[in-house]
Design a protein around this ligand. Structure first.
Ligand SMILES: [Zn+2]
Length: 190
């Protein structure tokens, strides 16, 4: 019947017997009259408390335990009809996404710690190498100094000494005594 047609300003609340409220909508609301607006507000769960319950023991949702805690909270809230089915499904889906990204995060963390270890190892090797090189340089300097002292017939005449000692095919060296050991060793083997 045309008399039953809904006017745009009529409250949209429908009671248990399927009859629509005949009151006009409240001035600051777009679908309910003041009476049903009050009822609706009273039946709405406290959103802050709901969020606190949903996020209880969930931390930053960065571990499997935290995501599982979140899922458990969703199930409990849904069982008590504190959240609607659509929200519960969405939270379940998001939890699945979070769990999928966890192995990637763990791999990333492992790679980062591996990189730090490799860096430390490289630094140790570099330090050892520097130490060995410094020791070798010191030894070479000492050998050079000794050989210069031994051949002190003429002052600073090390080039004459080196050429007299070395065979003609050997390259001349700034440190006369040092290359002799490997050369002799090599000639013994061949
Ligand atoms: Zn109403």
């Amino acid at each position: 019947m045309p008399a039953k047609s809904v006017t745009p300003s009529q409250c949209t609340h429908i009671n248990a017997r399927g009859r629509r409220c005949r009151l006009l909508i409240a001035r600051d609301h777009d679908s309910l009259c003041t009476q049903h607006l009050r009822q609706s507000a009273a039946s709405q769960p406290d959103l802050e408390a709901l969020a606190a319950e949903l996020l209880d023991s969930t931390g930053d949702l960065t571990t499997a335990e935290e995501v599982n805690a979140f899922l458990a909270n969703v199930v409990k809230l849904r069982a008590r009809k504190m959240i609607d089915r659509k929200d519960a499904v969405a939270f379940g889906y998001l939890s699945q996404l979070l769990l999928w990204t966890l192995p990637g995060m763990e791999t990333k963390l492992e790679a980062e710690s591996d990189a730090i270890e490799a860096e430390e190892l490289n630094r140790d090797i570099a330090e050892m190498r520097a130490h060995v090189l410094a020791k070798r340089a010191a030894k070479a300097a000492e050998v050079s100094r000794k050989s210069q002292n031994n051949s002190s017939a003429g002052p600073g005449d090390s080039s004459g000494h080196a050429s007299s000692h070395a065979p003609s095919n050997a390259p001349t060296s700034p440190v006369p005594a040092a290359p002799q050991t490997p050369r002799d060793y090599a000639s013994m083997r061949t």
